[in-house]
Every structure is written in C-alpha cells, then in structure tokens.
Write a new protein. Structure first.
Length: 457
C-alpha cells in the first residue's frame, strides 16, 4: 500500500529499536510504500548517520523477521543494499545478502565481494584468478577503494601490489583518504598517508579529507591529517574545515595550535567566540554594563549588533565554560562598567608590566621611561574585527599553520548546536530567531538559549 509519512517511518529514520518493535507488535505495516517508492528498508538507511550506528544490524534483523521487502527500490534507484554499500556498512550488506537480497544493485565483481565480505586469502585468490582490479561498482569504486573503506590494511596491501594506488578516485572525484575517514578507520588513514596519499587532494567540489574528517567528528583522523600537512584553510565550495566541524573535540584540535601564540586579550576573545558563537564585532564590543551577571548563566546583551537597525534584540548566554573564561580574565583587573573588556591599550600596558616584573637586571636610568613624547600611533581603547583577524593570522604564522578566520568559530558553533540541540536552538543562540514577536515567544527564546548555553558554552 502507498502511505504518507507514518510513525514507523519516523522511528526507523531515528534508529529507535524499541519504538520500532512496539509499533510492529501493535500492527504497523512493515511493507508500507511512501511517495517516490520509499519503504521501511530504505528509510532505515536515512535520517541519521549509519556509518557507525550500532543499532543498524538489530533493526535490520527485526524488520527482516517481520517480512520487510528487502529488494524494494526507490524512484531514485536506492535500495537498502546499495545505500548500505555506499556508506561502508558491509556488515549490513552481508546480512541482507544472507536474507536473500538481490545482489545486482551492488554491481560487484567476485573480487569486490571478496574485498568487502571475504578474507585476505579470498582477495588474493581472486587476484590470482585474473579478476579485473580496475572494475568499478555502482558507486564507481574500484576494489582498491573498497578495501580502504573496509579498513583492512592487509587487503589494501594485496591490491597495492597489483598496481592500484592513490591515483584512483571514486564518484565525484572522492579521494582515497575520504573512504576510511567516513568509517573512522584511523589505522588505514595513517597507512595511506605513509604511502604517499595527498592530504590536500580535492574532490570535484573542492572538498578535502580534512573537511570530511571535521564534518564527521573524526578527531583522530583530523590530528593525523594535520600532522601530515593538511591545509586548515583550504575550503570546498560549501565548507571550511573549522566551519564544517561537527564536534567540540574537532574544533578544539583545529584551534588549539593557535592559542599559545595569541596575545592574552585576543586569546580570551577567541575562546569566548568558540564557546558562545557570537560575532567577532560582538566580542570586540563587550562591556560589563551589558552583561547580566546575577544568575548562574550570564547574559550579554550587546548595544550594537547586526540586526539592531531592525529593532531586534540580541542576547548571548555565557554558559559555565564561557563564564569561567571571562571570570578568570577579570580577576585582578579593575574595570569600569563602561570600559571595553578587551583593549589594545591595556593589553600593551599589561605586557610591559609583565616584562618589568620579570626583569632580573637593574633598570638603567635611561630605560625607566622610553615612551615617545609624540607617538605617531597609539593603541586604541577597543579591538575591531579586522584587528582581531590580523592577530589570529599573525598567530597562525608564528605557529606554522594555515590561517583561519575568527568568524569560522561561529559557523562551527552553529554546526555543533544544530547537531546536538536542533535548528531552533541554533537560530536563537546565533541571533537569527525573530525578536519582533509576542512576549511569550521572547521568553521561550531566552529559556531555550540559557538551557543550551549551560550544556555547550
């Protein structure tokens, strides 16, 4: 029967095994067909990342036991078998084949099947039998590329001996390094890099292995790629590595190399950007009189912000991490409420004071005061976004890493919040939510922002 979106459809997309079991026991139709030919076996492969989903196999077994159609194909040519193969879930492929699924959507040769489902001995046997090592499957993968996606270094070595190598790319120019990264096979990533894989090789859209690792939250792969010379600033048509990062650990890995080389004021500004997602101009304009410090979560209401001209308000919650960073910075500093928290003038004075305190030799009379009477240029009272960007660029140069832009931390914050707390939370925390609505909606936005900030900031 043809059906619209159903409760079972939602449960399988979310990968909720117990909900699926309850629905099936209650009589849900396991053979439904939605528009465009989507069935339960295809829906279970979408709606979330299945690359490392531990519940996929139990859910597939449950659906198969209840009579789901394992050979259904959508109007776009998708089947459970083809999607599982594309995502590198070869355990799911084997389960479906054992259940009687038609193998034709895979377009595999015997060598490819040995690579994905067999042993190293099976692979060597097919190579000795003269199977085509250059053949391509439905997803334009060669046996070599398939071996990278399995994470089995021994199989990859056997195929490397046949002449296969890093020159081979998949559909849309997908690079060799992207295959093990998608399934978090760190040992395969290291093996490829040791055998000359280019960490900055791009696909047809300008994507790199680093962007792939950052977006997938593969922290170990990010570190390995950076150690191998991956370009932190190389962007695709859609993302930069920092902007694509989906987990806190990945962003921290990308940024932490820069922090030791930043002036103290700028380092604290960068850390606040990291934990709050505010705009560079907003952290530059931070003043104590705009911060409500009465509750456990502080709330910063900048006087000037991007949408102020439209009469919209802007609130930026400081969760426990952001609050601790700012409290530590303020400790020992006597600031008026109207002063800018971060000031180039004060930063220079503090640096000179540290130098004087740390000096071991006696100060010569001529060195007591070296200030120029009429300096051509003096540090200002506040940083601007351009000065912040220049400071980060200089720190990156000193650290010997590619330059990244402070605004990319905002993109990364949005990615993390949306992934773990939903689109609405990201809109509110970034200041994209509507503010010209009723008092009820304004209260809802504040409550939501405060609760998420407590978790992520």
């Amino acid at each position: 029967m043809t059906a619209s979106k159903s409760t079972l459809d939602i449960a399988v997309a979310e990968g909720n095994l117990e909900a699926i079991r309850s629905l099936l026991d209650a009589g849900a139709d396991v053979r439904y067909v939605r528009p465009r030919g989507y069935t339960v076996m295809i829906d279970v492969m979408h709606g979330r990342s299945i690359a490392d989903d531990e519940m996929l196999i139990p859910i597939l077994r449950l659906l198969i036991d209840h009579g789901a159609d394992i050979n259904a194909v959508s109007d776009y040519g998708e089947s459970a078998l083809s999607v599982a193969s594309n995502m590198g879930r070869f355990d799911a492929v084997g389960l479906l084949l054992d259940a009687g699924a038609d193998p034709s959507p895979l377009e595999w040769t015997p060598l490819m099947r040995a690579v994905a489902l067999g042993t190293v001995a099976d692979v060597c046997s097919q190579i000795e039998n003269g199977d085509n090592v250059a053949a391509r499957d439905r997803w334009e993968r060669t046996p070599w590329l398939l071996s990278l996606q399995t994470g089995d270094v021994a199989k990859a070595e056997a195929l490397l001996a046949t002449g296969a190598g890093n020159a081979e790319c998949g559909r849309c120019g997908k690079t060799p390094l992207m295959y093990p990264i998608g399934n978090r096979h760190i040992e395969m990533v290291r093996w490829l890099l040791a055998h000359g894989a280019d960490p900055n090789q791009t696909d047809d859209y300008g994507g790199t292995a680093l962007i792939e690792a950052a977006s997938g939250g593969a922290t170990d792969c990010v570190r390995a790629l950076l150690d191998a010379g991956a370009d932190l600033h190389q962007c695709s048509s859609f993302h930069s590595p920092i902007g694509a990062a989906s987990t806190l650990a990945v962003v921290r890995t990308l940024v932490e190399a820069t922090l030791p080389h930043l002036p103290h004021h700028v380092r604290v500004m960068v850390e606040l950007l990291f934990h709050t997602g505010m705009r560079p101009a907003e952290v530059c304009g931070l003043r104590l009189k705009f911060i409500d410090r009465t509750g456990p979560t502080w709330v910063y209401r900048p006087e000037e912000h991007k949408t102020a001209y439209a009469g919209k308000s802007r609130l930026i919650p400081f969760g426990p991490k952001a609050r601790q960073i700012l409290e530590s910075f303020l400790q020992g500093r006597s600031l008026h409420d109207d002063e800018h928290v971060f000031s180039p003038r004060r930063a220079r004075e503090e640096r000179f004071e540290r130098m004087r305190t740390g000096r071991k030799s006696k100060v010569q009379p001529s060195q007591v005061n070296r200030k120029k009477k009429r300096p051509r240029k003096t540090p200002g009272e506040q940083y601007g976004p351009t000065a912040l960007c220049r400071a980060v660029a200089a720190a990156c140069k000193r650290a010997g890493i590619p330059h990244w832009h402070p605004y990319q931390l905002r993109h990364s914050f949005a990615t993390r919040v949306r992934k773990h707390h939903g689109l609405e939370a990201a809109q509110v925390l970034l200041g994209h939510a509507r503010a010209d609505v009723t008092q009820m909606y304004a209260k809802r936005d504040l409550d939501l922002a405060m609760s998420v900030a407590a978790a992520v900031g």
